[in-house]
Design a protein. Structure first.
Length: 214
């Protein structure tokens, strides 16, 4: 049976939204914050890497990195709709045999997954209430690097996300968006043996790249 997280995610991230996002990707390429992750990973000059994409959505990161950086990828997502579109796009690109698609909450399935050279989380921690558990499991699976995006700690996002969550409550929708403390996330990853080597910002999103030191 799917976990409660998966049920919430399936209700929030629908097939219509997944198809719309895929159409936009095919027309315009990766979203701006995703481009930051791709640029950061490519700056490491890795070849034939194993990729673990947590909450990979339509699969943009592995669609791109399988072209030049990654040998194979594991895509974990709690949205069956987004996994369906990611699989279709992988097949269209001829990469389907190089991607292992896993449906579920990453923290629930992490113990069954192998470690990877590169771990990515694009707009994932903001959808997850327990960032400690999520990032610890992600860090433990990273052999070399980890890159992730998250909302910036700014006054306008604090207000904006409160408004979003207020309307979520009015609709009786259990899905929430979180603005987790960046300093605490950084400290957690450092304790797991990762060092931040790159930090880039957009108006809403921040991208951090970490390399394993121990």
């Amino acid at each position: 049976m799917p976990c409660n997280c998966c049920e919430i995610t399936d209700n929030t991230f629908t097939e219509a939204e997944a198809r719309a996002e895929l159409r936009t990707y095919r027309k315009r390429g990766p979203a701006n914050q995703t481009r930051l992750i791709l640029e950061a990973i490519r700056s490491l000059h890795l070849k034939n890497a194993d990729l673990l994409d947590i909450g990979g959505g339509i699969g943009t990161i592995h669609h791109e990195l399988l072209e030049d950086v990654a040998r194979e990828a594991t895509h974990v997502d709690a949205s069956s709709a987004y996994l369906k579109e990611a699989k279709a796009e992988a097949a269209r690109r001829g990469h389907q045999e190089r991607v292992d698609f896993i449906y579920g909450d990453f923290t629930e399935v992490a113990a069954d997954l192998p470690r990877a050279d590169v771990v990515t989380l694009d707009r994932v921690v903001c959808c997850y209430p327990d960032f400690h558990r999520l990032l610890k499991a992600a860090a433990e699976h990273s052999k070399s690097a980890l890159a992730f995006t998250y909302p910036r700690e700014t006054w306008y996002l604090r207000i904006g996300l409160r408004i979003v969550n207020f309307f979520q409550r009015l609709r009786r929708d259990p899905f929430r968006v979180f603005l987790h403390p960046i300093a605490e996330m950084d400290s957690l990853l450092q304790r797991e043996g990762l060092e931040r080597i790159s930090l880039r910002r957009l108006f809403v999103w921040e991208m951090a790249l970490y390399r394993r030191t121990i």
